[in-house]
Design a protein around this ligand. Sequence first.
Ligand code: FAD
Length: 417
Amino acid sequence: MGNIVIVGSGHAGYQLAAALRHAGNDDAVFLVGDEPHLPYQRPPLSKDYLKTAMKPEDLRFWSEEQFAEKAIKRIAGVAVTAIDRAAGAVSLSNGHRLGFDRLVLATGTRNRVLPVPGGDRAGIYSLRTVDDAERIRAALENATSAVVIGGGFIGLEIAATIAERGVPVTVVEAAGRVMGRVVGEAVSRHHERVLGALGVGFRFHAKVAGILGPESLGSTGRVEAVLLGDGERLEADIVIVGIGVLPNQELAVASDLAAGDGILVDAGLATADPRIFAIGDVARHPSLYASAPVRIESVQNATDQARLVAARLAGKPAGAYGAVPWFWSHQGSLKLQIAGLGHEADETVLRGRPEDGAFSAFRFRAGRLVAVESVDRPTDHMAARRLLAGGTMLTPGQAADESFDLKALAMARPQTG
Ligand code: FAD
């Protein structure tokens, strides 16, 4: 029996511990996490958690007893501070060392901070943990105006929630449209329209010059407004910053493992050191669905990568990581589902009409389907996952033709992803 040490007890870390036992592995498993909580789900934090009386316990994967039953040793509220590859051990923030035969880095990401004058005032929040969500929910109780900086998934989910409460909210976005890194123009514009009707205001190509308080650009006191580069002042007693994340890769870098916007791993999710793996948001991995290695921030990716590494560590045939990426986001009444990766797409066709409220954008690269973004069309999404997994040929003409039976084409292939 050996020691498996998992660094990070978020989605990927928990899934790996659970999947190891499921796969019959009986090594000693240590799940080391710097958050004090039992592992929990993050997606509800920007959705139902802010709108309801959900409690931290409602988000937990397993209870303390379940971890004990599976003989998974949790070390909570403790960070791994260094990897000693020569000795096969990690150092912990509580002063202890822990030996490993296999080490899995599942350290996730942290939110980028806004580097502007006044950026550390009271009333400015960002959302990553359940503690962040608790603070934001409490602050929303008394908010009378809000600004969300960053028009990505999380920023828009929060903005929709604020608008639904009847509080004026403006999204400030540096690019020319929302979710520009991850979806095509049609889906962006549709979300802008629907969220706009809900009461969300937008400022595009906007730069934040500072966060103002009682004594203008000084950095103390409570936030009163956000100052934009063109001089516009947006009143806000709460500001939420969602401008993307940075991978927690420093441990790997300090131990001479390659990283560059994510820890670099091979198709089996191992680093250059065959005893050390990286999974989840922090891992940059080769993908069948992109021309260069990618780092993916999603529950699907964290779960599927955990399962692959668990199989490898349990001595089962695991192969290369090839799961179809998929993602979802709920913004007000909008239910967006994405299959595949659209960032390299060069052609987009629509199936259904945005003005009817439900449609899918089929995205192609050099004539091959690479991603499908579905708004309230779950059957298109499920078909897309099968089509992408099977590498099935679909032409843009077929995708746009509502009389073409997409489901039949998808079902004709075995699902592998
Ligand atoms: P994380 O879950 O972030 O876990 C990493 C853990 O490692 C953290 O607890 C961190 O504190 C810890 N850690 C870091 N460094 C150390 C160290 N040195 N020592 C010990 N511990 C360390 N995905 C979807 O697919 N759909 C959604 O709708 C969706 N909504 C989201 C909403 C929010 C508000 C957030 C924050 C994320 C959302 N995601 C969503 C993304 C999804 O939650 C992540 O992709 C997933 O959590 C990644 O899992 P992970 O284990 O790689 O990272």
